[in-house]
Ligand binder design. Structure first.
Ligand SMILES: *Cc1c(COP(=O)(O)O)cnc(C)c1O
Length: 485
């Protein structure tokens, strides 16, 4: 007879789970109510790293306490209290959304079922859902019927996946098996305003610094189509073989959308792979009002789209879509697909063939469940509302004498600075940094900052669907107060 360590058996007890879960759901619902209301609750209960480290320095016990449920509830209460509150309407910082509560429930289901998804048999339902979620996203982008893709762990992994496929398609040699040095050194044309993960991806592929050929942007931080030819010539002069051109929809710092159509034309003319990093802004395709921002995305060979930025999902869910679905196998290809085309017998249903991950959580579950239970309009309206909100905020700033907007917003990212009369121009950069620190450590707002060519700017992403004009007016007042004199 086997004897199981009693606390191990108790850890799987369904009735204990039921009780714990009910308590947790009440805790979470109360938390959500308080966070959405904002009020006196700080956005980020700021504390230095050492203080938080000390708070959680209690050694792990060898044995569980007599009562599991209260121990768990107490710990979760401390987690809720000390964490960054993204449902607070005055969270206007990084591009991380206030997730739909329904999605959080899906994550609990995913964690309990733990259907790994590397092969179909390990995640039969999730695999089917992934197919339908990707098909919906591809259709919203206007990609053709044969478009396929995968869900992966974030935009960084997604952009790497797309560029790996581009390399296998366009290098002219088998870099996957032969290595980066089995042919001429390669490069990708990338706007200077693009996310740093692209520079990282080319280095991961072993192409070094020259693996990325920067393309100049205009005063609005959009790639200059007339600079593409010069960048291409420069790459050739450096002995590099350009294989792809990237455009951002939109870029991270300012949210500027590159003009996709002229970039698509250039790629077509030169036989280059056209990749769109739509991690932040591919969601514009959902909004009838703002769809024009991504005109030309339907011509991309590959697109990356973060559901945790534009689709109200918790991190991480990123779609990598390929216009020619079979290219999706090339990213982690064990065969030289630049040589062998035609029907691919490998099953789409074993998604692990096409992802960086082997075991992968049930990523599609939350996207599929929210789309099917809440309907698609919620997502359209969330995009439209947040882009509208950014335009109203920019207008609000422009109407003041003491704030400057860096550029009219393309999406929901607004960069601006406070320029009160009592601070000379030389002091503006230091002022923005000081203001941000004051507001963030004070807890009333969470916003970030960025350096643009003419100085430091405060940066906001209006990603919480319930942030309103009143919150933004209060933000400006708080900045004025913090600036003195
Ligand atoms: C956020 C972002 C990324 C990185 O995505 P993660 O999901 O954070 O890894 C890449 N590109 C752009 C344009 C982004 O905005």
């Amino acid at each position: 007879m086997t004897t199981v360590f009693a606390p191990l058996e108790a850890a799987y007890d369904p009735e204990a789970f039921r009780t714990t879960a009910h308590t947790l759901m009440d805790q979470l619902a109360d938390y959500l109510k308080a966070a959405l209301k904002g009020g006196a609750m700080p956005v980020l209960p700021w504390a230095p790293p050492s203080v938080n480290q000390e708070r959680f320095a209690t050694p792990f016990p060898e044995e569980p306490p007599a009562e599991l449920a209260p121990a768990f509830a107490n710990l979760m209460a401390r987690v809720l209290e000390g964490s960054h509150h993204l449902h607070h309407p005055r969270y206007v910082g990084h591009q991380v959304t206030a997730p739909l509560p329904l999605a959080a429930l899906c994550d609990a289901v995913s964690s309990l079922l733990n259907n790994g998804m590397a092969v179909y048999e390990m995640g039969p339902v999730a695999t089917a859902m992934e197919h339908h979620v990707l098909a919906w996203m591809a259709s919203k982008l206007g990609l053709p019927e044969g478009a396929r893709g995968v869900l992966t762990s974030g935009g960084s992994a997604g952009n790497l996946t797309a560029l790996l496929a581009a390399r296998q398609a366009k290098a002219g040699f088998d870099a996957w098996n032969g290595g980066a040095h089995a042919g001429p050194p390669l490069t990708v044309l990338v706007p200077r305003s693009a996310h740093y993960c692209l520079a990282r991806a080319v280095r991961i592929m072993g192409w070094g610094e020259g693996g990325l050929t920067p393309v100049d942007v205009d005063a609005s931080f959009r790639v200059r189509p007339d600079a593409l030819e010069g960048a291409l010539q420069e790459a050739l002069k450096q002995g590099r073989k350009p294989i792809a051109v990237v455009a951002s929809a939109g870029s991270t710092a300012t949210g500027a959308f590159d003009p996709l159509e002229p970039v698509a034309d250039f790629a077509e003319e030169h036989g280059l792979w056209f990749h769109v990093d739509g991690a932040h802004g591919a969601a514009a395709s959902l909004s009838p009002k703002y769809r024009a921002q991504v005109k030309g995305i339907e011509r991309a060979d590959s697109v990356v789209w973060d559901a945790h930025k534009g689709l109200l999902m918790p991190a991480l869910v990123t779609a990598v879509l390929f216009r020619d679905g079979a290219r999706s196998f090339d990213a982690f290809s064990q065969e030289a697909h630049y040589l062998f085309h035609g029907d691919d017998p490998r099953p789409y249903s074993d998604v692990g063939l096409r992802t960086l991950e082997c075991t992968k959580e049930m990523m599609p579950l939350k996207v599929y469940a929210c789309l099917s239970v809440l309907g698609t309009r919620v997502f359209e309206e969330a995009v439209t509302a947040s882009y509208d909100q950014a335009r109203r905020f920019a207008a609000m700033l422009a109407a003041t004498p003491d704030f400057q907007v860096a550029l009219p917003p393309d999406c929901n990212i607004v960069c601006f600075r406070h320029t009160p009369a009592h601070v000379p121009k030389e002091g503006w950069d230091a002022l923005q940094a000081r203001l941000r620190e004051a507001l963030v450590t004070g807890g009333n707002f969470y916003l970030v900052q960025t350096r643009l060519p003419d100085g430091v700017y405060l940066r906001t992403t209006l990603i919480h669907p319930l942030t309103g004009d009143g919150d933004l007016e209060a933000l400006l007042e708080a900045l004025r107060r913090a600036a003195g004199p």
